[in-house]
Design a protein around this ligand. Structure first.
Ligand SMILES: Cc1ncc(C[n+]2csc(CCOP(=O)(O)OP(=O)(O)O)c2C)c(N)n1
Ligand SMILES: [Mg+2]
Length: 598
């Protein structure tokens, strides 16, 4: 018996595009695909991973892309399922991740008839998948729509969408369209090739970098495969390296000249380096906040990015080059002169070492009942080799950015550009399916846990026995608050905390984990922290660690501006209900150390 269209599409993905896994959720809009997914995974079709919600399936597909470099694939039914996908797809699009969404639709005969669940999917996906959103109206289209959906996602590092009406899904496949005028004859496969700037631009870039006396390097996710080259360039130029959030894993945090994260969630050494630099080299990053980069005209700029659209949008660069980061740096290295004066590098190393001492001290500050930083600094000490970490948005992202010390061979990510709440647990699931032998950690706020994580733990409970290695950890910061926004209210708007909008219910997260067959550990006192991580790491099943943390520990930017400090004081004067504790915490955190001018 010949394949139907669904079987054909799934086999094409598996055999010709190497798609091993599809994340999704069922519905009658994809009824043909559901039948086709009944085959043997890896032989007849990719493995199907059932999420709790289509948004989570899209986050998982995005995580698959982030942690493997391959195209992630997700699937949803027509109407509501398709709509649910959107936030996860935007997360992928904004972080430049290749994801193909396969979506069902009502039968062709009913389209345009105001039928149940009929939504204009072309219009719905036209923004998020604007490079490619197509409907398969005829079985002869299936081959090239799969090929183009996959290839465009990979080549443009973006989201594409293939819509298949449910009646088409069950028609006989047409593996090879008839050879007539107007048919399309496509093939699979994509390799990115080599991208290098011109010789002239490389020389111009080298001239700028050689002339500089205080070079600051900023790397982003585009440099994730260029650790060796970045290291060599930094050595030659006597530079320090700051890392944008998505590029946190480019270089380990135990290198003395790596200043760590940059930006609102960044470190003081990154800030100081940028403020003191006379030359900026930016590699594979679109880090958005220009005020954390040197002032215009303070520094001469060189930028390398694979995507010409991303050049010179954060800082007016003198030499802005399109190229692969590793290849371009490799080509640049022979043109660079080793700087003999190492004073700038030594200054950076001194500041980095002071910073880590300060971070350790901060994490030990007492809090009520627990300082969240302690959870992260202790995790850094106990992180197993090859760990993969996902962080949610919220205060956890601050502590992930600043306190987590990644070592060589580890990976980490979060929703960098959309900065959406909710991807922490689904990212970790996507990572674990891609790398079942590696320990995976999700660092998540209680708000994000209530939004998505609690439901997606059910997915963990469903699948963990299939994983070659059960090491999977979710840490929840139970602070009963939408804490990141509470601090934004205080620091940015000068408003006191608003209990009506900021309070969230206290939930027994560890009990929930136990109830669904996972291990739950609740931590309420600082002296329990190290032991809790040890117990978790020794567990025979996935673990949820619930840390009851103090919402009054400020996740403050590395420097806070005078404006923000003023606003902060106004919020205290304005009757913030938690003002007393906040003043105590802030005094302990030595807020004034971070005021500019020190
Ligand atoms: C989908 C979505 N809704 C709202 C926000 C705004 N937001 C950013 S962080 C945050 C608070 C997160 O609270 P929680 O998960 O409890 O983490 P906490 O900051 O308390 O540690 C909110 C509401 C967002 N980024 N994404
Ligand atoms: Mg919270």
């Amino acid at each position: 018996m010949s394949d139907n269209v669904s079987q054909y599409i799934l086999r094409r993905l598996l055999n010709d595009w190497g798609v091993d896994r599809i994340f999704g959720y069922a519905g009658d809009g994809i009824i043909g695909f559901l039948g086709a997914l009944d085959g043997e995974p890896g032989v007849d079709c990719p493995e199907f991973v059932q999420a709790r919600h289509e948004e989570m399936a899209a986050f998982m597909a995005c995580a698959h892309a982030k942690f493997t470099g391959e195209v992630g694939v997700c699937m949803a039914t027509s109407g509501p399922g398709a709509i649910h996908l959107l936030n996860g797809l935007y997360d992928a699009k904004l972080d430049h991740q290749p994801v193909l969404a396969i979506v069902g639709q009502q039968a062709r005969a009913g389209l345009g008839g105001n039928f149940q669940q009929e939504v204009d999917l072309g219009a719905l996906f036209k923004d998020v998948a604007h490079e490619f959103v197509e409907v398969c109206m005829d079985p002869a289209q299936a081959r090239h729509l799969v090929d183009r959906g996959m290839r465009i996602a990979a080549a443009e590092r973006t989201v594409t969408c293939l819509i298949v009406p449910n009646d088409v899904q069950q028609l006989d496949a047409v593996p090879e369209p008839p050879r007539t005028h107007g048919t399309v004859h496509s093939g699979p496969g994509f390799t990115p090739g080599r991208r290098l700037p011109t010789e002239t631009d490389l020389r111009r870039a080298a001239d700028v970098l050689n002339a500089g006396e205080r070079v600051a390097i900023l790397v982003g996710q585009g440099a994730l495969h260029a650790a060796e080259e970045v290291t060599e360039v930094a050595e030659l130029l006597g530079a320090g390296v700051a890392k944008a959030l998505l590029g946190k894993a480019v270089l380990p945090d135990d290198l003395p000249w790596v200043t760590g994260s940059i930006g609102l969630l960044g470190t003081k050494p990154s800030w100081d380096m940028m403020m003191g630099a006379d030359t900026l080299l930016m590699v594979g990053s679109s880090f958005p906040y220009s005020e954390f980069l040197p002032e215009e005209e303070q520094a001469r700029g060189v930028q390398i990015d694979i995507d010409g659209k991303m050049l010179s949008i954060r800082y007016p660069m003198e030499v802005a080059m399109v190229g692969d980061s590793a290849d371009t740096l490799r080509a640049l290295i022979p043109l660079l002169q080793r700087k003999t004066d190492r004073a700038w590098r030594e200054k950076i190393e001194h500041e980095v070492s002071e910073w880590w001492t300060l971070m350790e001290a901060r994490s030990q500050e007492p809090a009520e009942p627990l300082n969240p930083q302690l959870m992260f600094s202790e995790l850094s000490k106990q992180l197993p080799d090859r760990a993969i970490i996902s962080s949610d948005s919220g205060s956890a992202a601050n502590w992930y950015a600043r306190d987590v010390k990644l070592r060589a061979g580890m990976m980490g990510s979060l929703s960098g550009t959309l900065a959406t709440m909710g991807p922490g647990v689904p990212y970790a699931i996507g990572a674990k399916f891609a790398h079942p032998d590696r320990p995976v950690f999700a660092l998540v706020g209680d708000g994000a846990m209530q939004m998505n994580g609690l439901a997606e733990l059910i997915t963990v409970a469903k699948y963990w026995r299939r994983w070659a290695d059960p090491r999977f950890y979710v840490m929840v910061l139970n602070n009963r608050d939408l804490n990141q926004v509470t601090w934004e209210l205080r620091a940015m708007a000068g408003e006191p905390r608003v209990p009506t909008t900021q309070d969230i219910p206290d939930v027994r997260y560890a009990d929930w984990a136990e109830m669904i067959g996972l291990k739950g550990i609740r931590v309420e006192r600082p002296e329990q922290v190290a032991g809790a991580w040890r117990d978790a790491l020794a567990a025979d099943r996935p673990v949820l660690i619930e840390a009851v943390t103090d919402p009054e520990v400020p996740p403050l930017p590395p420097h806070i501006t005078v404006e923000q400090a003023k606003n902060f004081m106004y919020s205290l004067l304005g009757g913030d209900p938690d003002a007393k504790e906040m003043i105590a915490q802030s005094a302990r955190q030595k807020l004034e150390e971070f005021l500019p001018g020190r």
